[in-house]
Ligand binder design. Structure first.
Ligand SMILES: [Zn+2]
Length: 240
């Protein structure tokens, strides 16, 4: 299970999610074949917006963000002979149970469910959004990133440690990379810093220190190639 947890008291992201032995880019490509790292960042423009007015509208927003992620990832994954995951979306307490319903803890707001490939979100997420923090998009893109990692054959559920953090920080980087695709979002330096500070406001042993989470958020914002988020090649000090 890969989770994005939230420190409810602080209303900030804590991280979440998973453990893995990185096998970045999936199976080793045969000679002459393109690898994920050779590809540019997604150019898809995402028109999804947060609508927190009701559970139903917020659920629709999450579904829209997940669909944006699928559209964004499709060209790159097709280029390496993979398919973009098309996960079902469950909002706890509102939808029929998924295989992972009930597995979110009180301080977690989202998770990738390996049991059925779905994404599970807490309705608490609806109450946490602050102006401009893009938390729903961030969580949806982060959890979708774990679905991509699963599609790429990365080994998940290894013991906690550096390998886990590399997977989590890659998902954080990929999430920031997709935030740039939001229609109308002006990624000024002020916006970059604000969002990076928010992501980095918390940290833990599995998801990286505040500094690491902040670093990989900024790298994701600035990425021009998929290789930028390849945490497997990062020095240990950058994935602490
Ligand atoms: Zn995660």
């Amino acid at each position: 299970m890969f989770r994005l947890a939230v420190a409810l008291a602080a209303s900030t992201l804590v991280a979440g999610c998973g453990v893995a032995i990185p096998q970045f880019g999936g199976p080793v490509p045969t000679p002459g074949h393109v690898s994920l790292n050779d590809l540019p960042v997604p150019a898809y423009v995402c028109a999804a917006v947060d609508d927190t007015s009701t559970v139903a509208t917020f659920r629709s927003s999450l579904i829209d963000y997940v669909e944006c992620a699928r559209q964004s990832w499709t060209p790159a994954l097709q280029a390496i002979g993979r398919r973009a995951p098309d996960p079902a979306v469950f909002v706890e307490a509102t939808d029929a149970p998924s295989a992972c319903t009930g597995l979110l803890t009180d301080d977690e707001v989202g998770m990738y469910c390996r049991l059925d490939g779905s994404l599970v979100f807490s309705d608490d997420l609806r109450w946490m959004a602050d102006d401009g923090d893009l938390i729903a998009a961030r969580v949806a893109f982060h959890e979708y990133a774990h679905a991509v990692q699963h599609e790429l054959g990365m080994v998940l559920d290894a013991p906690s440690g550096s390998s886990t953090r590399r997977i989590e920080l890659q998902a954080t980087c990929w999430s920031a990379m997709l935030l740039r695709t939001l229609d109308g979002l002006q990624v000024t330096d002020e916006v970059r810093q604000y969002l990076a500070d928010d992501v980095g406001s918390v940290g833990d042993a599995d998801h990286g220190t505040s500094e690491s989470r902040r670093r990989w958020t900024l790298i994701g914002f600035d990425a021009t190639s998929m290789a930028a988020c390849d945490t497997s090649k990062a020095p240990e000090s950058h994935v602490s």
